[in-house]
Ligand binder design. Structure first.
Ligand code: ADP
Ligand code: MG
Length: 383
């Protein structure tokens, strides 16, 4: 991103000097469908980010401009409401949450640009929310804690975008750290930085460019199946409050006899929570081979047991999984589309991308988008 160009673009539109905030998108190394079971996730912020240039206004008006959409939007602090412009909603939703928490804020100008691919599952929406939250906090000297800025951003996504997301995306965008993943306990919100250096390898994301309509209904069904499993366990073990507290023996004893499908779904979650711990241990030892194997096991589970993959994702993982220069691969995100995440040896990346893109187009008649990403720091003010 050309920071000086952004600064100048802001000045051209708003005739004043801006402050800049940068908030990254994220990848999730391992840990899918574990957040709502009070388990762990292990995201990392990436070197693709949303940038907002902002200045405080003398009045109470909100003036927004999006470079990507070449569009502007105006409102005021006193009359924030959900707009028809999707991109403006993420900004307005955050302002709304901050006001709702009782903070007094001035009007502001905001110019928005970024290079997180939209809708690819790298959380451009969370990055935009977090950038806005940091900006409003700074402009008004509110001194809101970073954790609260993440929570405010999450709530904005619930209320103004209508997406009932967990905390992972906003958390990663705020707390990410270069050369690290963040192991987040979704129950206690405690977190630990795990060293993540891919010497000689990189994360390569392959974007299927599909989003199957099954996603929402399947997500809701899985959540209910997990809750059902816990309810059956609870009849015998009242201390079990979520699948986080369960183990395979308990599932075999109290869930499998009731319903084999619910058992299969719960088993995936319990195993996935264990895999995250194993992945953190592997990374602490610098063992990328072990990490890669765990990622493949996660994909296998998501595809065959939890049943949230799709033929496009499976095709991509199946193609790379036996290549000796790809250490690990799996679908990333809730499922039914989005990207796969792969750990690929540097020298082989270009030829892999060329080959797999051709094969993917031939198989599905779709374009494969590809991104090579590195870990990065979380949200920050740029002087
Ligand atoms: P994801 O978060 O996976 O990228 P979402 O659908 O949740 O996908 O969020 C994408 C939306 O976020 C876009 O449709 C747009 O409204 C907003 N957005 C993201 N990046 C930008 C950007 N650079 N400029 C304007 N709006 C953006
Ligand atoms: Mg999003």
């Amino acid at each position: 991103m050309d920071i000086e160009r952004l600064r100048k673009a802001f000045r051209d539109v708003f005739q004043t000097e801006p402050v800049l905030v940068k908030s990254p998108g994220r990848i999730n190394i391992i840990g899918e469908h574990t957040d709502y079971n009070e388990g762990f996730v292990m995201p990392a912020a990436i070197n693709k980010a949303i940038y907002v240039a902002v200045s405080k206004r003398e009045d109470d008006e909100i003036h927004l401009y999006s470079e990507s959409y070449q569009a502007s939007y105006q409102s005021s602090v006193a009359a924030i409401e959900i707009s028809d412009l999707g991109w403006a909603n993420y900004v307005l939703g955050v302002a709304d949450q901050i006001v709702k928490r009782g903070y007094k804020i001035a009007g502001f100008n905001l110019y928005l640009d970024g290079n997180v691919p939209l809708g690819a599952g790298l959380s451009s929406s969370a990055a935009l929310e977090c950038a806005t939250a940091f900006a409003i906090d700074y402009l008004n000297d509110l001194q809101i804690s970073q954790m609260d800025l993440a929570l405010i951003s999450q709530k904005a996504e619930h209320v103004f975008a209508g997406v009932n997301c967990g905390i992972m995306d906003q958390f990663a965008s705020v707390f990410g750290k270069k050369d690290h993943a963040v192991l987040l306990d979704c129950r206690s919100m405690e977190y630990e930085y795990i060293p993540l250096k891919l010497d000689g390898y990189k994360f390569v994301l392959l974007n299927t460019n599909v989003k199957h309509s099954l996603a929402d209904s399947a997500y809701n069904k899985r959540r209910l199946q997990c809750e059902q499993g816990v309810a059956w366990i609870k009849m015998h073990h009242p201390e079990v409050n979520s699948l986080r507290d369960a183990d395979l023996k308990i599932l075999k004893d109290y869930v499998e006899p009731k319903d084999t499908e619910v058992y299969q779904k719960c088993k995936f979650v319990v195993e996935e929570i264990a895999r995250i711990q194993q992945a953190a241990a592997a990374l602490k030892q610098g063992n990328l081979v072990a990490l890669g194997e765990l990622m493949l096991a996660t994909h296998e589970g998501l595809s065959k047991e939890y049943e949230v993959s799709c033929k496009e994702l499976d095709f991509l993982v199946n193609y790379v999984k036996n290549l000796d220069y790809v250490l690990g691969a799996r679908m990333m995100g809730g499922g039914f589309g989005g990207c796969t995440i792969n750990i690929v040896k540097d020298e082989e990346i270009d030829s892999l991308i060329a080959t797999v893109s051709t094969l993917y187009s031939k198989e599905f008649g779709l374009t494969l988008d590809t991104y090579i990403v590195e870990t990065a720091n979380g949200s920050e003010l740029i002087a």
